[in-house]
Design a binder for this molecule. Structure first.
Ligand code: FMN
Length: 153
């Protein structure tokens, strides 16, 4: 969460000067720790049944170890789920949101002191819309994106 207006101004300059970066009620930078899986993994399962803990805590290491692509996939997947939840929760209490990838991740990472083993998934501006959203840009027919059992060959 970015509260300091000066920090917001710096992020705005690294985000194509998009006004919502400084002007929204709330600015979130969704980040993930790419190495969370090996930093005390037991904390993620401490409330799980003992047999599940025994299995999961010990399987996390071998699952992610040496697989940078999977670690990054997991980070983006988890942030995507969190982002959608945040946006739906905001809407449910009367706020609008704007998920954003229009920024330079390197520059924003420097501004917020992002640790080397973390990654930024997206920004989310939260607030009250000042004008209605544009019409949807264009939607593909479901038949182009929903397949049963297998992709068509
Ligand atoms: C991955 C992604 C990144 C986006 N980045 C930006 C952005 O940087 N700035 C912006 O104004 N809109 C951005 N948008 C578009 C809006 O967040 C939003 O999707 C658009 O206003 C359409 O809203 P709707 O999907 O509810 O119709 C992005 C959308 C997506 C899917």
């Amino acid at each position: 969460m970015v509260k300091d207006h000066e920090v917001r101004k710096k992020i705005r300059s690294a985000a194509w000067d998009q006004a919502q970066v400084t002007d929204s009620s709330l600015l979130l930078v969704l980040c993930a720790d790419l190495k969370a899986w090996k930093k005390n993994p037991a904390q993620y399962w401490k409330n799980a049944p003992k047999d599940a803990q025994d299995f999961l805590v010990h399987s996390m290491g071998p699952f992610y170890e040496g697989n940078d692509q999977l670690q990054r996939d997991e980070a983006m997947r988890s942030c995507g789920i969190a982002a959608q939840t945040i946006m739906l929760a905001a809407k449910s209490i009367g706020y609008d949101t704007n998920p954003m990838i229009g920024f330079d991740p390197q520059k924003v990472g420097n501004i917020i002191n992002l640790p080397d083993d973390h990654v930024i998934s997206m920004l989310i501006a939260v607030g009250k819309q000042i004008k209605p959203a544009m019409p949807r840009g264009g939607q593909l027919p479901l038949s182009d994106v929903v397949f049963t059992d297998k992709f068509p060959s």
